[in-house]
Design a protein around this ligand. Structure first.
Ligand SMILES: [Zn+2]
Length: 301
């Protein structure tokens, strides 16, 4: 390519500072932005998370506001082009920063923001991971704004024309408290990071047993479409990977404890080459093993 042309294109991209977000119509009245299957970096600039928009008739309900103010602004502009209507509510599934640092944009617009119980300790929350991982131009203007409505118990809500079941897990599961949204009329489940597929999950801030319990609960709801916080599967098989991975992890660790495998041997013992081809296996599986081992060893004493 002509050098001058390349230079111009680079300049346009730098100047534009856009994610190029493209919503996918997952089912009637539900649009989602699906992120890369990676950690935040200067290529994806935090667009490695899923966020969704529900058409509630008289306005939009946003599920997870994304990693930056710019992301929130761009998704808002994109969705207004699909259907121009007001914003009724924003939900934050949990405190991991890729899911809620876009809140500032919605707060400026006066939209009520609902979040899981762990946001009660919002002064302890930290936006430094995202800030240090992505390009400053993309993080610019991002302010950590916690939800103004903390949902401490599961409840029914009616927003616009939609009946919602807000389901809160107050025991550690993927994180210390996770929130999911079930829309019975649409058969839609928005699960946040309780559901991963197409890439390995992170158990760092949660509990293996608690997470399995939460997934079991989600299975009892009558959804036809389920969108997780990461990954692209949204049909009947959307929960299969997380279910199987966590079950196998528990089995392996329990067997290791029976056989007196110690901490120094556990990573090798509990390798799961059957998942080796999946995104983020190398980065996360070993850490998940250690976390699960600590949890189950503690219980077995
Ligand atoms: Zn998370």
């Amino acid at each position: 390519m002509n050098k001058l042309l390349l230079l111009c294109l680079t300049a346009i991209v730098l100047w534009a500072q856009e994610y190029g977000l493209e919503p996918v119509r997952v089912t009637p009245g539900l649009y989602c932005f699906f992120g890369a299957l990676k950690s935040p970096n200067t290529k994806n600039n935090g667009n490695m998370v899923n966020s969704c928009w529900l058409d509630a008739g008289s306005g939009w309900i946003v599920f997870d506001s994304g990693p930056t103010r710019l992301y929130a602004k761009e998704s808002h502009e994109t969705m207004q082009r699909i259907k121009r209507m007001p914003l009724l509510a924003v939900f934050n599934s949990h405190v991991h920063d890729d899911h809620w640092l876009g809140n500032g944009f919605y707060r400026e617009k006066g939209v009520p923001i609902y979040g899981s119980g762990a946001f009660k300790n919002h002064e302890k929350l930290d936006d430094s991971r995202m800030k240090s991982a992505i390009a400053p131009a993309f993080f610019k203007g991002t302010v950590p704004v916690p939800p103004d409505h903390i949902v401490t118990h599961s409840k029914h809500m009616k927003i616009g024309g939609l009946e919602l079941e807000v389901i809160v897990f107050n025991e550690p599961a993927h994180s210390q408290s996770d929130l999911a949204l079930f829309v019975p009329d649409k058969g839609v489940l928005l699960a946040g990071d309780l559901v991963f597929n197409d890439r390995l999950p992170s158990l760092r801030d949660g509990s293996l047993k608690g997470w399995r319990k939460a997934v079991k609960r989600l299975r009892t709801l009558h959804w036809r479409t389920a969108v997780g916080g990461h990954g692209y599967k949204t049909g009947a098989d959307a929960l299969d990977f997380i279910d199987a991975y966590l079950a196998k992890l528990q089995q392996k660790i329990e067997k290791a404890l029976e056989e007196d495998i110690d901490m120094t041997q556990i990573a090798t013992y509990a390798a799961m080459p059957e998942y080796g081809h999946m995104a983020m296996y190398d980065l996360l599986h070993g850490k998940n093993v250690i976390k699960a081992y600590e949890e189950l060893e503690w219980e077995s004493e």
